[in-house]
Write a protein that binds this ligand. Sequence first.
Ligand code: ADP
Length: 713
Amino acid sequence: MAEDEKQTARPRTSGHLEREEDRLWRYALWLLVVLAAGMAALSWQTLEKLPYRLGAVPVGLLVLSILFAVYAYGRRREVSELKVLLHGLHDRVGAAPSEEQLDQLSQVIMRSQRSFKELIDSFDDVAFASSLDGTLRTVNRRVVELLGISYIEVVGHKLDEFVEEPARSDVESGLARFLEKRRWSGLVRVQLKNNPRVLYFDCVLNAILKGDEVAGISTLARDVTEEREKERRFTELFETLQEGVYFSTPEGKLLDANPALVRMLGYASKEELLRLDPTAFNPDREENPVLGRSADDQGGVRTREITLRRQDGTAAIFLDTSRAVWDAGGKIIRYQGTLVDVTERRKMEKALQRQEEFQRYLLESFPDLILVIDLEERYSFVSARIRDLLGYTPEDLTGTKVEVGQEQSPEFLALCREVSSGRKLFSFCEYGARHRDGSWRTMRASASPLFDAESKLSGVIVSVRDITVEKKLEQQVIQSERLAAMGQMIGGFAHELNNPLTSILGVTELLQEGEATEPVRKHMVMLQQQARRAAEIVQNLMYFSRPPSPGKGPINLSELVQRTLHLHAYSLRKNNITVDFLPDNALSPVSGDPHQLMQVFLNLILNAEQAIREVRDQGTLRVRLGRAENSIMAIFQDDGPGISPDILPNIFDPFYTTKRPGRGTGLGLSICKAILREHGGNVEAASGPGGGAVFTVTLPAAGKGPTPAASGA
Ligand code: ADP
């Protein structure tokens, strides 16, 4: 009895509570609407005054709150109905439901079906249920979208009306197994009749059971076409890439490799390659595996050059660009990367480097200086020979402009312009270049155009040779040939003049001894003096044309110079000329004729004295002795006016003189040259550093020089 009372009391209490709650909700929602209306009325007036059209805002707000209140109340009703129903079901199990309850239940079920439909329609995946013969019973929105037709046209129709692939026969062949397992999942390749594009679906099929019988199939399929495409593209890339691609363990064991890598390492198949242990790729088995984690690897991208052993045992160089892959715990689980075979490239680079080095050595050891001048007239290449030729380093000139002045001559620039302008394909010139030490050198430059890879003119290549020595020798040969020819002619004249002069001198002497008046005697004396001077000149001419063979004996050159200076000391002193001489008795002796050599020195001293007197009434004659490899030198330097470059090549010519008539015959230096030639030596003239003239006499050290030529040669 008490139990019965409890049963009737519970619905009553719960019904009462429901009503109370319902009322509370109603009040709350009414209050919300009233509040919204009040707020709208208040704010409407304020907003109306504003210049903007904001009057609709409060109205909108009011409408929104009413709509919300209606919706919330509706939902609340549904929930409370379900609650009551549940209570009813719970409390009256076994009892026949009332008609009202049945009605409520069917409404709830309908709503639930609608919700279910909404649910499966909201899936992005394909979902449908079909009977075993393939008739579609239920389909979701995605199926309809995919087929591009309406629900009515799909539901009740067979699947193979829309699907080209998989074919019905394929489906049927798998049906028996499905019926046994009642579940199947896998990837299905699908081609719809309305679209030629092949799609891939990841499908899960479940049996729909009626009792214990399979009545149909529910299918949930996810479109994985994009993923499959990506995967296919990736696989295609992996398979066709020309670079080797690998995955390895941190210990260096290969996990996967693409065909390119298999080929690069010379293996027949990937399986063969993957079977190898990590050290099999090491050129030296003792070392750590090359592909694994290296000691210094921090796990970032590593780009390095590695050497791997090929199947045939040869070593190949690879450019490895790889990185570590970490697990969630921060541990390196594998390495993945690409390998590019650079063996050939490295070989070529080495060959190229060797070739470049060879070219560099070639240019550096080439006897000529090689210069490349670009079209802007800058030195773009200067070979190292410049150090020997002009005392500069290639760096001093490279990049600088070719400028006439300190280191370059106008002839050189003109030569470059001639070739760079295309006026000439090949040209050469001789020019004077100044060595860094200040001395002048004679150069011969040959220039030709330089073309780039596109056969476009890119500059001028010039090869420069120092021809100073050759030029000097050439001049000496010319001079000695000229002297020899003149010598012969002069010798003939001198002989012819010698006899009449001897007669004139004899007759004047006789006449002087006879009785003659004073004026006649004076004339006789003058006649004799002039005849003697003429005879002296004739003697000198004969000496020049056929100098006597030098007597041979060892001579202390220092002593001989000293003696000559003594002989002339009075005259020098009289003319206020200081002699600055440093004797050197340790000099090796020279072989020759002391009288003839004294004549040479005297001539040079006299010339110096005359030159100084020409410009001032005092001066210094500096005499130094020196030794070169096989010769001894005596250098006479004065502080006179010096010798201008224009007359320098002529001063050793016979009869060349700049002195006024009667003072010079122009024979002094040519006789010196002739005497020294007989001694196997030479005399050269140059301008002194501070003005003045410098004469350098060179004689071979005794026993070292060439045998002096025969007299008169
Ligand atoms: P000469 O003395 O009779 O003129 P040389 O053959 O001795 O003949 O000299 C030839 C020329 O060389 C001289 O006329 C002079 O112009 C030049 N010369 C020789 N020695 C000197 C010197 N020390 N200083 C300047 N000029 C010189």
